[in-house]
Write a protein of this length. Sequence first.
Length: 136
Amino acid sequence: MDGDLDADADLRVEGVVRGTVRVRDHRLIVGLHAIVDAEIHARSVIVRGEVVGEITATDRVEVLPTGTVRGTIRARRVILADGARFDGVINDEHRAPSLPTPLRPAAPRQPSPNRTGPSRRTGEVRVVSPGEPHGA
């Protein structure tokens, strides 16, 4: 299909679509053997097949292990499953700004008694999760 596709419900694509796909307040599922070469607008997008173009989702984009995306993803949440293929840019402009998580420096290391000369490690930083002992 070539052209614009607008839907007012969840939509599953199982063939070839070129153009624009709009399911703004709904979910788009790109089937396993589908090829979508389009600009996509949806609440959420699940990719099992192939997408070439720009995906804009107000909630999330999930690329499953069989999925391929080549292009730009704009979404609050992006999930790339192990095995998924992605070549492009992820733009999280919809995401609310958040404060960076402060990093705590690791405790200074004592040189090994068997080592001579200065340590090769400098500026080492370790992230400590809440509830994790600092010496772990």
